[in-house]
Design a protein around this ligand. Structure first.
Ligand code: ADP
Length: 326
């Protein structure tokens, strides 16, 4: 087995709470194994602009509890082009970097996959996204924190909805994935949850609201994933107001608060375990995979498989939502 001496770590794409805990784990595990660990600022952009610096154990002190990412993150258009990736390769090669840990979402893994196919830099992906939209892992770094943030906010909205007998339509993030909406909706006892993966229509929602009104259930919370075809919370509210003008309907879009905040215990542990496993994989010669945790065990998924598939949502959840909110 070839001895690895130098590795680099970056955070890329949308930020997620727990990315810092993952960076810390990569750096400290690397140093434990006598590796030189480099940090790359601003994701792939830092590879192109040569914003790469050696990290020490103390570079990652006091960050496990912090949201955001100390390595910063960015989207980098030049990395979509071969010339951009070549520049990135040259900057890594001149430092003899032999492995790259990419903490990010499926876009970042697409970039890592291309890069590792074209150049001799093995890449390891760590799923850092609040959307939980990546196959090959039960949870992604940041999801649990984002759900908890959404739940805290929705609980507060229920208090005011209850005081006024209002219908609140709450939009949560998740791009075209509904996990954040599903988990936060179940945990807050939402009367309805709309996610792209399930075929609840606006007419279904209106029928339910009318039935609830008949039985004098006036407080209703509907959690909508931003990617639902109804057009998020505003699109749904417009239709509901047309059909049920008598309802006192309000919209709340939770937005970017879901990305921030101190990572939950679960995300810190997940990130620590994954960061450790990433360095372990590079040392073992396991290349171009994403590290996941499946059934509480470390699992490797080839980067191309991790980006092509999604986790599935069991339709039984919708039965549960209906029964528990009735
Ligand atoms: P996320 O990782 O959160 O899904 P993006 O989709 O914005 O975020 O991807 C992050 C970065 O990864 C992009 O700005 C780009 O630099 C790189 N990237 C994404 N897709 C590709 C691709 N198909 N080829 C090369 N690089 C890519």
């Amino acid at each position: 087995m070839k001895k690895v001496n130098n590795i680099a770590v970056l955070t890329s794409g949308g930020d997620a709470p727990g990315m810092n805990a993952a960076v810390r784990a990569v750096v400290r595990t690397g140093i434990y194994h006598d590796l030189n660990v480099y940090g790359v600022m601003y994701g792939y952009r830092g590879l192109l602009t040569d914003d790469i610096f050696p990290m020490e154990s103390k570079s990652v002190a006091n960050i496990i509890q912090r949201g955001g990412t100390v390595l910063k993150t960015a989207r980098c258009l030049e990395f979509y082009e071969f010339e951009g990736r070549q520049k990135a390769y040259e900057n890594l090669k001149k430092r003899n970097i032999e492995g790259l840990v990419v903490i990010g979402g499926d876009g970042s893994f697409n970039g890592a996959m291309k890069f590792s196919q074209e150049f001799d830099i093995p890449c390891i992906g760590l799923p850092g996204t609040i959307d939980k939209d990546i196959a090959g892992t039960d949870f992604t770094i940041g999801f649990d924190t984002a759900v908890n943030t959404a739940v805290e906010a929705i609980d507060k909205i229920r208090d005011t909805a209850d005081a006024h007998d209002r219908l609140f339509i709450i939009e949560v993030m998740g791009r075209d994935a509904g996990y954040l909406a599903l988990h936060s909706g179940i945990a807050t006892g939402a009367e309805n949850i709309l996610i792209p993966e399930h075929t609840t229509t606006v007419d279904d929602i209106i029928n339910d609201l009318q039935a609830n009104e008949r039985r004098k259930k006036m407080v209703n919370l509907i959690v909508v994933a931003e990617g639902h075809e109804a057009g998020g919370a505003n699109g749904l509210a417009k239709r509901v107001k047309e059909k049920c003008p008598q309802l006192d309907t309000k919209v709340c879009i939770l937005g970017h608060i879901q990305r921030g905040g101190s990572p939950s215990t679960m995300d810190r542990i997940l990130a620590s375990r994954m960061g450790y496993a990433a360095v372990d994989a590079l040392l073992e010669g396991i290349h171009n995979v994403m590290i996941g945790i499946v059934n509480d065990k470390v699992a490797y998924t080839p980067l191309d498989k991790a980006v092509k598939a999604k986790q599935e949502i069991d339709p039984e959840w919708f039965k549960i939502v209906k029964i528990l909110a009735s």
